[in-house]
Design a protein around this ligand. Structure first.
Ligand SMILES: Cc1cc2nc3c(=O)[nH]c(=O)nc-3n(C[C@H](O)[C@H](O)[C@H](O)COP(=O)(O)O)c2cc1C
Length: 200
């Protein structure tokens, strides 16, 4: 696992954020932007957004005989490996996680699985259940990945019910959700630090 950085005697947890939506005004991507804003105020965690769009569709024929990956996949895996934890923004497509996110996860899971032992948190925005069903599928996938998920708070945003949660650009404009994200980041930071201290 990556070692937690320190700023002014305070540990700083490094998170990478992955979003399953490729839509320009994606609400889920908006949640990541909001989380990154929160990080500017809170010094305990920093987030790097990793694009999943440039990754090819998973095909193990693209791997080299010595276990190498296409450069774009290699770079993606490297960022995850050197992070402390993962922040997923998972839209729900047909009651499950979206294909772009699953594709990215599958690349990262190829041996050696770069997710192994890390803390993770999920947030989602969607229709009926606010993406909650996709979150449960993602948790199931995370068992094989050996991810440790934050359980509380559960952040599933009902994007199509009043009050308005996002503007036309997909930016979060709902204070209550913003507060939930703060709590989620706090839980993710704490779990990351706990896992790190257990592994030392
Ligand atoms: C193919 C497809 C399937 C969808 N299935 C669901 C679903 O099962 N449950 C749900 O709540 N929303 C569903 N939606 C709606 C999306 O969750 C919603 O459009 C959401 O805003 C997408 O995330 P984004 O704004 O980050 O792109 C579906 C949308 C698409 C395109």
């Amino acid at each position: 696992m990556a070692s937690v950085g320190v700023t002014a005697n305070k540990p700083v947890v490094k998170a990478v954020a992955l979003c399953g939506s490729l839509r320009k005004a994606s609400f889920n991507r908006g949640l990541i932007r909001a989380a990154m804003e929160i990080c500017k105020e809170e010094s305990g965690i920093e987030i790097e957004y990793l694009e999943v769009e440039p990754l090819p569709m998973l095909n193990t024929d693209l791997e080299t005989p010595d276990g190498g990956f296409p450069p774009v996949v290699e770079a993606f895996r490297h960022k995850i490996l050197h992070s402390d934890c993962i922040l997923f923004a998972s839209p729900e497509y047909n009651y499950s996680l979206a294909a772009p996110l699953k594709n990215a996860i599958d690349w990262a899971s190829r041996p050696p699985n770069v997710f192994a032992g890390k803390a993770a948190a999920i947030m989602s925005a969607g229709g009926g259940f606010g993406g909650g069903l996709a979150q449960f599928h993602l948790r199931q996938v995370g068992v094989f990945l050996d991810l440790h998920f934050v359980n509380k708070p559960e952040v599933h945003v009902h994007a199509f019910q009043p009050p308005l949660k996002f503007n036309q650009d997909g930016d979060l404009i709902h204070q209550q959700t913003y507060h939930q994200l703060k709590q989620l980041l706090l839980s993710l930071t704490n779990l990351s630090l706990r896992l790190q201290s257990n592994s030392n």
